[in-house]
Design a protein around this ligand. Structure first.
Ligand SMILES: Nc1ncnc2c1ncn2[C@@H]1O[C@H](COP(=O)(O)OP(=O)(O)OP(=O)(O)O)[C@@H](O)[C@H]1O
Length: 222
């Protein structure tokens, strides 16, 4: 079963003469354990793709499935439950909570519901190389370290799908390589289907496939 499957997905913003086609008949299937990169110019629709795949925005037409669940027509409460149970999000800046230690950041999602097979927060922190800083707070960490904690937090509920938006935007070259290598390892070792939007062509060699978004259309990078 695919981690996520988009079929003929179109997303329009606005109406009449003001309509913007953010996604134009997008087809995408991401398998468990696969890391797929999406590149493309500003305004081409990359964030829109993550919003639709992440059950944050309903498409204007087409179908979206997370595993065996069809997102189309799901009431907002059920879409929120799918997000919590099956989807992890990693942002440009890690968006950590200033008052919490690294360990508590990773534990936090597990306090929002019951999960069938969560990962152990301390073991996960060790896996992302942050066990020795478990008691530190975000202001005591480097950008790369914060991103590692954000990745651990996104993975703790064992999501089927991980959506990653520009994870290296604030990092130097070396840290960027390390963070994307970590995403690839987590995807491969734990069967997480991962979509990563990036402008950073230097990290693409860690990815299983690269797609290019142009004016809302998604094609293999040539
Ligand atoms: N809420 C909205 N209302 C109207 N138009 C929108 C909205 N959100 C995005 N758009 C438009 O949809 C198109 C795709 O935007 P999107 O944010 O998905 O692009 P992007 O590739 O992620 O850009 P960037 O790399 O700059 O983040 C753009 O033309 C944008 O102006």
């Amino acid at each position: 079963m695919t981690a996520v499957s988009l079929n003929a997905v179109t997303l329009l913003y606005g109406d009449g003469a003001e309509t913007v086609t953010a996604l134009d008949h997008v087809d995408l299937e991401v398998e468990p354990g696969e890391l797929v990169a999406v590149v493309g110019p500003s305004g081409s629709g990359k964030s829109s793709l993550l919003a639709v795949a992440g059950a944050l925005t309903a498409p204007s037409s087409g179908s979206v499935r997370i595993g065996d669940v069809d997102l189309i027509g799901l009431p907002p409460r059920q879409a929120a439950a799918i997000r919590r149970q099956r989807i992890g999000f990693v942002f440009q800046s890690a968006n950590l909570i200033p008052a919490l230690t690294c360990l508590d950041q990773v534990r936090l999602p597990l306090t929002f519901g019951k999960f069938s097979d969560p990962r152990d927060p301390r073991e996960l922190l060790a896996e992302v190389g942050m066990e020795h800083k478990a008691d530190r707070r975000p202001h005591q960490l480097s950008g790369g370290e914060r991103q590692r904690v954000g990745i651990a937090r996104a993975l703790v509920a064992r999501p089927r799908l991980l959506l990653v938006d520009e994870p290296t935007a604030a990092l130097d070259r070396q840290r960027s390589q390390e963070v994307v290598a970590l995403l690839a390892r987590e995807a491969h070792d734990h069967g997480v289907g991962t979509i990563m939007v990036t402008h950073d062509h230097d990290v693409l060699h860690h990815c299983d496939r690269t797609l290019e978004m142009t004016d809302g259309r998604l094609e293999p990078l040539t």
